[in-house]
Design a binder for this molecule. Sequence first.
Ligand SMILES: Nc1ncnc2c1ncn2[C@@H]1O[C@H](COP(=O)(O)OP(=O)(O)OP(=O)(O)O)[C@@H](O)[C@H]1O
Ligand SMILES: [Mg+2]
Length: 349
Amino acid sequence: MAEKITQQAVLAALSKVQEPELHKDLVTLNMIRDIEIRGSTISFTIVLTTPACPLKGSIENAARAAVLEIPGAKTVQIKMDASVPNDGRSRGLLNLPVRNAIAIASGKGGVGKSTVSANLAVALAQTGARVGLLDADIYGPNIPTMLGVHDIPGTNGNKLIPAEAYSIKIMSMGFLVKPGQPFIWRGPMLNSAIRQFLADVEWGELDYMIIDLPPGTGDASLSLAQTLPLSGVVIVTLPQTISLEDASRGLAMFQTLEVPILGVIENMTGEFFGAGGGEDLARIAKVPFLGSIPMELNVRVGGDTGTPVVVSAPNSEAAKALKAIAGQVAARVSVEALTQKNAPTIDII
Ligand SMILES: Nc1ncnc2c1ncn2[C@@H]1O[C@H](COP(=O)(O)OP(=O)(O)OP(=O)(O)O)[C@@H](O)[C@H]1O
Ligand SMILES: [Mg+2]
C-alpha cells in the first residue's frame, strides 16, 4: 500500500511554488489554507493578494503540478480565493476601511483619465474586489455621466451614501452641484472638499479606492497627493511626444512627493496618435509599463452613454486591454503593499 500523504508533504511541495510577482513561495506568503487529504485526493485553498491577479491560472497550474509530484497523489482540487492586503499607507486614510487608494493622473487634460478610472474600477469589481470610485475632479466631474448615475441615494445620519453602479461605489461633486452651476474653489476649500468626500461618505470596506484626478499637475493633484496616503499613482498618457512631455512632468511631481508610481498606461493607441510612447516613458522613468488601450469608438460611446466599455463590449480589444491593465494595477499594488519598508505581513482575515 502507498504511504499516507501528510500535510507536511503538501506544504513542502507548495513551498517550491513561487508567486512570480512577489518572488516568494506560496507557503512563506501564507497563501495556503484548508489542506485536506482523502486517500490520493488532496484539496486546498490558495488565497491570493488580489482577485484580479493576472497570474491566477499559472499559479494554480504550478501548485497543481507541484502537489502531483508527491508520491501517491492522484487528484488535486484547488479553490482560488483572495484577500487584498492593506498597503499600510492607506490604512490611515482618514480612518476609512480602505485598503488601497490608487490615483489616476496625467500631466495633461483629455487623455482619458476618467475613462480609465471608470473602466478600471468596474473591471476590478468584476473580479470580485470591493471597489470605490472617487471623482476628485471637482471642477469638471465626468464620472456620473460615464457610469450613468446622477444622484446619490441619500444620507445615513450625517454621512452621504455613495451612488452604486456596476457593483462599485461612486462619489462625485457632480452629485452635489446641479449641471451648469459654476464651481468656485480655492485652495483650502479644495482640500476640505476632498477630505469630506472621503470622510463623510459611507464607503464601507473597500479593497481598492480609485481616485480620478483632475487634469494637470495643479493645486488639486498636489493637495490630494499630500493629503491622502496613496498606495500609488497610475500615469495615463497619449502615445505622442507632446503628451509624453506633460506626462513625464506629472510623473516627476509624484516622485518628488514620494508617492509610489504604479506604472504608465498608454491610451488611444492607434493610427491617429501612434504607439509606443508610453512604453518609452516608462522605460526612461524606470517605472512599470502597464499596457496600452487602443483608440476605439465604443470606448467613447460607452463613456457618453453611461455604460463603460468593459460592460458594453467586453470582448472588444479596448475592453480586453482595460481588464488586463486592471490585473496589472492590482498586481503592482500587491507588490507595493508587500515589499515596501515596514510592510505589514499579509493580514488575511
Ligand atoms: N481609448 C479610447 N478610445 C476612444 N475614445 C476615448 C478613449 N479613451 C478616452 N476616450 C474619449 O476621450 C475623451 C476624453 O476622455 P476622458 O474624459 O476620460 O479624459 P480625461 O483625461 O479624464 O479628461 P479631463 O482631463 O478633462 O478630465 C472622452 O470623450 C472619452 O470617451
Ligand atoms: Mg477627467
